[in-house]
Design a protein around this ligand. Structure first.
Ligand code: C5P
Length: 233
């Protein structure tokens, strides 16, 4: 395997965490570095695929990969929806924010310097209301309907209470999301996010089959994901 085995395939990879703006200078974000998604893009390009990378991360773009830069979940959704037309495979490695601020303030949100009516300082703080972002992966599965392409791969970042429960969470998530493959990994501060190594379990829909990878570099994990994808094609 490997060599140029993905030649002729059009693949879309999303990577990194989204940033959901509160005002022109602040956003809600997460700890995803984008490294696993970039490794997936690089591995696919090295194996001959035509790769579109939809990303909010500022890592160097691998040679031969087309970057579509995005910031928010809604931008990522629009870019992926566009890129996936005619694609053979889509891998959702992005850490999409589940919620975004309901309102965007055109100007920087400031502390109040006004004295209250009784003369005391105003120590009030704003309340941020959140709304749900769309589940982009679920939307891709729904839009595909009964067609067999694109092959749809999801990621599940699970915080561990032991490996068994990480896998159980993964199985339940695969059943819910109904994508073809789910790559389950364990995350937390200093674990996976921002690191160069990763330990993952690749689950396949409709089977009990689990492929355990790692600890391995994110590039090795990426190749294992493409190996699993080629088995489905
Ligand atoms: O449910 P959870 O967020 O753990 O699912 C993770 C998978 O779903 C990843 O593949 C991620 O890219 C995708 N996702 C998405 N849209 C969201 C949240 C997650 O596509 N709003």
């Amino acid at each position: 395997r490997k060599g140029q085995d993905l030649t002729g395939l059009r693949v879309v990879v999303s990577a990194g965490g989204t940033r959901e703006p509160l005002d022109p200078v602040r956003y809600l974000g997460n700890r995803s570095s984008g490294k696993q998604g970039y490794a997936l893009a690089q591995a696919a390009a090295d194996r001959g695929a035509d790769v579109t990378l939809v990303s909010s991360s500022s890592l160097p773009v691998p040679a031969g990969v087309t970057l579509v830069p995005v910031e928010t979940a809604l931008e990522l959704q629009a870019a992926v929806t566009d890129a996936v037309r005619g694609a053979d495979v889509v891998v959702m490695a992005a850490a999409v924010a589940d919620f975004r601020p309901a309102a965007y303030a055109d100007h920087k949100i400031k502390k109040s310097h006004e004295a209250a009516a009784d003369g005391s300082a105003d120590e009030s703080a704003p309340v941020v209301t959140l709304v749900r972002n769309p589940d982009i992966l679920a939307g891709l599965v729904q839009a595909r309907g009964s067609a067999t392409t694109p092959v749809i791969v999801g990621f599940a970042a699970e915080t561990g209470d032991g490996e068994a429960s990480v896998l159980e969470h993964g199985r339940a998530k695969l059943a819910r999301k109904d994508c073809d493959l789910l790559v389950v990994n364990e995350v937390g501060v200093g674990v996976t996010f921002g690191q160069d190594d990763n330990t993952v379990h690749i689950l396949e829909r409709g089977t009990d089959h689990v492929t355990d990878i790692g600890p391995a570099t994110k590039l090795e994990v990426a190749h294992a994901v493409w190996d699993a994808v080629t088995d489905l094609l």
